[in-house]
Design a binder for this molecule. Structure first.
Ligand SMILES: Cc1cc2nc3c(=O)[nH]c(=O)nc-3n(C[C@H](O)[C@H](O)[C@H](O)COP(=O)(O)OP(=O)(O)OC[C@H]3O[C@@H](n4cnc5c(N)ncnc54)[C@H](O)[C@@H]3O)c2cc1C
Length: 407
């Protein structure tokens, strides 16, 4: 008699997917279950460090590590492929290199940039969404500086960089950028006064909802290093020359720039939409046990999932913190399903705090209800970064990729 193994397929080797994989491989015996992990690249990247790679303050190899360095290849089959669609009725995942069937599926494909239909942003603005995207930003900024140095008739706006969005990603990127600009000016022999950096934000505040004292600290830090904030200023469009912003009710203004980075919106993976899940901006409002409504064998976690904060009746912002915690719950729920149990664990985020870096040596944050700024916040940020590395890759990954520059 032949027993068919139950097949668990995990999509995405980011925080949610890779954490689920390493948790499962520890708890499952190979003779019972087949685990398959599918990811676009053969490496995992630390999405929360991508702003550093984009600014050029961390090299690509510092924000990545091979998937196979943390999975047990005797228990997990790794497939490097791009997922294009999930055929839920047939229990099949379509990829660019073929189909993969599943009994249970975990979707952890992360997020994509959300441009809210603003004209020209998709075509002319960069976004910090992957290692490749970060590399494109870094190389583009460098090429603007290099071209400026070499051109006979100097195009001043080449040295203008616009960051759209004063949320966490925008502010963290600006923190790195203001550290990188002096190095670029030195390399390309450019007067730093010629470089202009704008942060353009439609909302009336920087880091909306965050502690005002800490926000003031962050704004002062960045302004001192040359960032000009344009708050309450919606971006109406982008073109090859820069952006158009709204001024008041009727007026618009053009800001010319050599580089525009859009850091103001995130949606789930387009695979969610392609696969016909009911979703809001490709984020599925999952059941308490993290399954997709109406799909008993599909879990959705990380940026592709939408979890409501009951206290304020609004979705939690998608974070690595939530993705990692969801991975634990999904692992336990998969194990329960394999044991034929029907009582699954409900996911409840345990938000321990939020820290926003302002370059390598400064930050602001609230951790366990305590406000932090400056050096202590920056050290805490590195502790959090190292902890994420440890929870997936253990001590050896921390030793290879960890951040220890705390002095
Ligand atoms: C610059 C930046 C800074 C951030 N800072 C913080 C922070 O300080 N704290 C915090 O908690 N959160 C932070 N976040 C948010 C956090 O990174 C995300 O919420 C988190 O990465 C989501 O985890 P995930 O597992 O859903 O996706 P990810 O970790 O992004 O992983 C998705 C994986 O899926 C793969 N993939 C995508 N599409 C496909 C496909 N079609 N086929 C195959 N593979 C695919 C990707 O290559 C990737 O490996 C930050 C985000 C950014 C961009």
């Amino acid at each position: 008699m032949i027993f068919l193994k139950t097949k668990i397929v995990i999509l995405g080797a980011g925080y949610g997917g890779l954490m689920t994989t390493v948790r499962l491989q520890k708890k499952i015996r190979t003779e019972e279950v087949e685990i398959v992990l599918i990811n676009k690249n053969n490496y995992h990247y630390e999405t929360t460090w991508l702003h550093e790679a984009a600014a050029g303050t961390l090299r690509d190899d510092q924000v990545t590590y091979p998937v196979k360095s943390v999975i047990d290849v005797k228990k997990v089959a790794f497939i490097q492929a791009s997922v294009t669609r999930i055929a839920t009725a047939e229990k099949k995942v379509m990829t660019d290199i073929g189909e993969v069937s599943y009994d249970y599926l975990v979707i952890a494909l992360g997020g994509e940039s959300e441009t809210f239909g603003i004209k020209g942003l998709k075509e002319y603005a960069y976004s910090i969404t992957s290692v490749d995207a970060a590399k494109r930003i870094r190389e583009h900024i460098e090429s603007q500086f290099s071209t400026y140095q070499n051109e006979a008739i100097k195009k001043e706006e080449r040295l203008t960089i616009i960051v759209g969005g004063a949320g966490f990603t925008g502010i963290e990127f600006l923190g790195e950028l203001v550290n990188r600009i002096p190095q670029l000016c030195k390399t390309y022999e450019i007067d730093q006064n010629k470089v202009k950096v704008y942060c353009v934000e439609a909302a009336k505040a920087v880091l909306p909802g965050f502690d005002p004292e800490l926000v003031d600290y962050a704004v002062a830090h960045l302004e001192k290093r040359g960032v000009e904030f344009k708050i309450g200023t919606p971006i109406k469009g982008a073109d090859p020359e820069g952006i158009i912003v709204g001024i008041g009710e009727e007026e618009t203004q053009e800001i010319k720039a050599g580089t525009v980075i859009w850091a103001a919106g995130i949606r789930g993976s387009s695979v969610i939409e392609e696969s016909g899940f009911e979703a809001n901006r490709c984020r599925v409002k999952v059941d308490p046990d993290l399954r997709a409504p109406g799909h008993e064998n599909i879990f959705i976690i990380g940026d592709c999932s939408l979890i409501i904060n009951e206290e304020i009746n609004r979705p939690y912002p998608p974070t690595a913190q939530i993705a990692l915690q969801q991975a634990d719950v999904v692992t336990n729920n998969l194990l329960a399903l394999l044991r034929q149990e029907t009582n699954l664990t409900a996911f409840k985020p345990d938000i321990k705090g939020t820290v926003c870096s302002l370059g390598e040596r400064d930050a602001i944050g609230i951790v366990y209800g305590k406000k932090l700024k400056g050096k202590p916040a920056s050290v805490m940020k590195k502790v959090i970064d190292n902890r994420a590395l440890f929870s997936i890759g253990g001590t050896s990954t921390v030793l290879k990729k960890g951040k220890f520059n705390i002095l």
